[in-house]
Design a binder for this molecule. Structure first.
Ligand code: F6R
Length: 242
């Protein structure tokens, strides 16, 4: 595992964008595993800037996203499809036909999860998976206590996740109760993993994830068992790691 210390959020974003850029340059038709959430927004902004300068070409890149709320249509402003389109895809030359996100409007969970696993298999697996870190150590929507062996599956959101996400909806009642997410097993099958973490509020969970016991109580701790993980975190997030 490599850990790169960034000065602040902007520096973290630039360093992580550099790593993703290198992936795209070295393998123009690579498969990127992508994440939503507040942490990667700066990474996407930086990649867009370099694309506009002519330094990056996404025309052959394929993408698979980690997760999506079940029950939200693509055009809902809280759907992860909408997030990816507005924060990244619309500003680069990726072919939208090459982007993949679980279909939140498919109500048959088994069917959708099977389809999504097949999508990942068909694109040849994930070359580099970008991850953010939840305050409780979740990655994707894999909450503490989830078994490590799962591929894409449907999860019931925990009360704390519903609570954390309600600020984006009219009320807590409007927050979807379920989501589709790649499982830990899917994430661990990515060839390379790039974890981005920012802020002092993530310091404890980052330390637990990288140096604590490997346990399903801290889902991100499984990353210690992956052979190609790069962590880019700012000083605040790394403040409890000597
Ligand atoms: C996003 C995702 C989540 C986030 C995590 C951190 O697709 O699956 O696991 O990465 O909740 O979110 P932020 O970056 O908003 O702190």
């Amino acid at each position: 595992m490599r850990i790169y210390k960034a000065k602040d959020y902007q520096d973290m974003s630039r360093k992580a964008a550099n790593i993703l850029s290198a992936q795209v340059i070295m393998k123009p038709n690579c498969v990127l595993g992508l994440a939503t959430g507040s942490t990667p927004i700066g990474v996407y902004k930086q990649l867009i800037e370099w694309y506009r300068k002519g330094d990056l070409d996404f025309s052959e890149v394929k993408s698979v996203n980690l997760d999506e709320y079940k029950g939200l249509p693509k055009d809902h402003d809280q759907s992860y499809y909408y997030f990816m389109y507005t924060n990244f895809f619309k500003d680069i030359n990726i072919d939208m036909a090459n982007t993949n996100i679980p279909n939140g409007m498919e109500m048959d969970s088994e069917k959708e999860c099977e389809r999504y696993n097949h999508v990942i298999e068909k694109v040849g697996g994930i070359d580099m998976q970008l991850l953010g870190l939840g305050h409780n150590g979740h990655i994707g929507f894999n909450e503490p206590g989830e078994v490590f062996e799962k591929m894409t599956h449907c999860v019931n959101l925990t009360e704390s996740t519903i609570e954390a996400n309600k600020r984006f909806f009219a009320s807590a009642d409007d927050v979807p109760r379920q989501a589709y997410t790649m499982g830990i097993k899917t994430i661990m099958q990515a060839k390379k993993i790039l974890l981005v973490v920012s802020g002092v509020d993530k310091a404890q969970i980052l330390r637990d994830s990288l140096f604590g016991a490997v346990t399903s109580n801290v889902p991100a701790s499984i990353l210690q068992m992956h052979n190609d993980v790069t962590v880019v975190a700012d000083e605040a997030a790394l403040s409890l790691i000597k």
